[in-house]
Design a protein around this ligand. Structure first.
Ligand code: ATP
Ligand code: MG
Length: 404
């Protein structure tokens, strides 16, 4: 065959290009030709067909013929019985037609590989590839093919979610928001999961020996992405519990300056990169609070400063204003445009300009506000673009209790 697939590092790079295409794709029909092109570098095939189930029947939804299959472009109803077989067996299947007739007909003999496309437990279609004249799909081809099929299933699933949202928007706005939540969440969860899966599969390949630095680099990525996933899941759980009012607050009488000192110490142990300054203008201010949850609020604000105002000095100032304790968290980073100042506290809201540059899911400040509200307090952001950002928190002071 004249075709060549890539190997070694280029193989991995192509796998990730493929993954990236999937995760960035907005319009399924537009991205498919590019997917086929990338897939061709990973695995040799002549025909590439996606069948989707519609009213009990499998219909071709997308088909491409390349190489030897090109002459058959018009005819996309290949291998009907094979497709049924894949759909029914619901697993990766290979097949080749029996050789009959003279030798030069061998080039016409189709070799098939197919896999179900699943959304959760439901099989929604089948992906098949055909090679005319072989060779048969070996175990590495099968692995690569499974990778491709799983990713395409994800893309189709997302597409279904997106169009579902489009349909119900307007008439059932509340429902649409709910779906949107699911789409955002699954997308956010899939990104780190995609990296973990991709790098793990790569390391497990038996036909390649990785040198120690590459090995460590990949494990490092897996480790970081696993942490990210953990953080995301924690945030998601907190945010839904906060919304439904089922997050337990362990309120107790605490000295705010002590809580802040504690928190700064912990941050400094974790983050060498941040320059934190604590300014206590009023000593011994006492509030009713869950110290762990308050710590979570400040962790979020400090993490944001590290992400969005890098190399900035972060000042945390505590003072009293009337019946309230006030804590300001001040950075001298790029600031936030007025139009976004209130919206950054909404669930999943991120400032469009920073969205591409810095990873995050827009849950941090939502969680902060819900926690502060549960303390009968307030939180707002003040900023002028280019002038840094100040988060302004108030908590009601508990009078006359000096017991802590
Ligand atoms: P997560 O905290 O869930 O990982 P996130 O950091 O994007 O994701 P939030 O903490 O809710 O979410 O922040 C919302 C948005 O507010 C951020 O995406 C960023 O655009 C903006 N923002 C937050 N803090 C700052 C800051 N100190 N300076 C500039 N912009 C900020
Ligand atoms: Mg954040």
């Amino acid at each position: 065959m004249g075709d060549r697939t890539v190997s070694g590092k280029a193989y991995i790079e192509t796998l990730f290009k493929f993954s990236k295409l999937i995760s960035h794709a907005e319009d399924v029909s537009i991205v498919f030709p590019d997917l086929v092109e990338q897939a061709r570098k990973l695995i040799i095939f002549d025909n590439f067909v996606i069948y989707l189930e519609e009213k009990g029947e499998l219909r071709p939804a997308f088909a491409r013929s390349v190489g030897r299959g090109r002459s058959k472009e018009a005819d996309i109803a290949w291998g009907e019985s094979f497709i049924e077989k894949v759909f029914e067996s619901n697993k990766l299947t290979t097949h080749q037609d029996v050789v009959q007739g003279p030798n030069d007909d061998r080039l016409k003999i189709p070799y098939y590989i197919g896999s179900p496309l699943r959304h959760g437990k439901t099989t929604v279609g089948v992906l098949i590839m055909i090679r005319f004249g072989g060779p048969e799909f070996n175990s590495q081809d099968q692995q690569t093919f499974t990778f491709i099929a799983d990713h395409i299933a994800q893309l189709l699933e997302r597409d279904v979610l997106v169009s579902t949202i489009a349909q119900i928007e307007g008439s059932q706005r509340m429902w649409a928001m709910q779906e949107n939540f699911v789409a955002t969440v699954s997308h956010d969860l899939r990104t780190p999961l995609g990296f973990i899966k991709g790098y793990t599969t790569t390391l497990l390949r038996e036909d390649t020996n990785w040198d120690v630095p590459t090995y460590r680099e990949f494990l490092g990525i897996i480790d970081e992405e696993a942490d990210r996933l953990q953080e995301l899941i924690d945030n998601l759980l907190d945010s839904s519990r906060l919304q439904s009012g089922t997050l337990q607050m362990n309120l107790q009488v605490v000295r705010l300056d002590a809580v802040l000192r504690d928190m700064i110490q912990r941050s400094q142990l974790r983050e060498i990169d941040v320059n934190l300054e604590l300014e206590i203008e009023s000593q011994g201010v006492i509030v009713q609070a869950d110290p762990m949850r308050l710590g979570q609020v400040f962790d979020n604000l400090i993490n944001n400063a590290i992400k969005y105002a890098p190399r900035s000095t972060v000042i945390i100032r505590l003072f009293v204003d009337g019946d309230d304790a006030v804590i300001k968290v001040i950075d001298d980073g790029p600031g936030i445009d007025k139009e976004h100042l209130e919206r950054i506290f909404q669930r999943f809201y991120r400032v469009p300009e920073t969205r591409m540059a810095v990873r995050g899911s827009g849950l941090g400040l939502y969680i902060c506000r819900q926690i502060i509200i549960a303390h009968d307090g307030t939180i707002k952001a003040e900023s002028d673009t280019g002038q840094g950002t100040t988060f302004y928190i108030t908590l009601p002071i508990v009078e006359g209790d000096e017991s802590v």
